[in-house]
Design a binder for this molecule. Sequence first.
Ligand code: COA
Length: 358
Amino acid sequence: MVVIMASPTSSGLDGVVVADTRLSDVDGERGRLVIVGRDVESLAPGTPFETLCDALWETSDARVALARARAAAWERLPRVAAALDADDGMDALRGAIAQLPGVMDDPALVTAAMAVFAAAWARRRAGAAPIAPDASRSLAEDYLHKVRGEVATAAERDALDAYLVTVSDHGMNASTFTARVVTSTGSDMVSAVTAALGALKGPLHGGAPGPVLDMLDAIGAPERAAAWLEAELAAGRRIMGMGHRIYRVRDPRAAVFERALERLEGTGVSSGRLALARAVERAAEGVLRARHPSRPLHANVEFYTAVLLDTLRLPREVFTPTFAVGRTAGWCAHVREQRAGGRLIRPASRYVGEVAVA
Ligand code: COA
């Protein structure tokens, strides 16, 4: 037997550049995120999701297009009803989005379908009938109404807009890469987005905010944080909402969400969890610094996502589906960009098996 030895692997593809993009840039050393040319900390407060969609998709009518597309997705709802029976929201979305026809090559249609299906799943889970979209509302305002069954205040709408804008794109993250790989084969936008949903679902990517809220509930009070976190690490588990592949400082999106939470508190909307979250973040930084002195581990986007979406009274099971709604805007933009300038993405593997010698 002969064992073939080839070049060393880069199993996590750290630092490997696979595309040129105009969509977003992540500076992990300085903790800076630029989305379509604007720093996220200046972009998110006050920018409606639709305006950001226009910038990502190079269109000028996203508000109208998304409103019309929500109506079209609503018409389609009975046909995807079986998929929305799933217990898990991401399973439901994966099944429902997969049923869209591959010829539906339109970012507004796919993004609106994500919002309508996610809201319908949340209602079904709560044992309630789905709520029809309202074209006079923005996507954020309409989404809050469709999930909660209550009309959103302007402050709540602005907070969800800030959330959706902030999570819309983030460099070559795992789900975006997935979407680009699928697109690079010549496949369609619906297939790319369906595959990306599978990547986003994982707890190392978009599946963390629900568990972050579970963690805050389990800790309960600031003085219990350090001991609880130590016990998690001792049990071999990771602290959800902490650490990042790219950021070596605090994720700038955490600060955006903290500011959004402060603005909500200023209008009397609070879950009472912000102070606890801040205390748990400080404690987590401390225990992680002690355990990994050479690897800076700070709060990532999911940490304050949990507090923000909870404050907006979205149930924790719909956190990752809501992330998917925002990120679909970015996925669709990447599909178009990949088509315009990319080649088939086809890396190599190193064979470490044996070869029979005749
Ligand atoms: N809790 C505890 N330890 C952590 C950690 C966390 N949240 N994040 C990283 N580490 C540790 C790892 O155990 C590893 O330690 P080791 O070298 O002793 O094995 C070291 O830090 C490096 O981790 P690694 O897995 O190589 O980093 P990565 O770049 O692949 O991971 C994440 C990035 C996001 C997957 C990781 O930080 C994580 O799992 N975070 C928790 C899940 C989460 O919040 N996901 C949402 C991401 S936006």
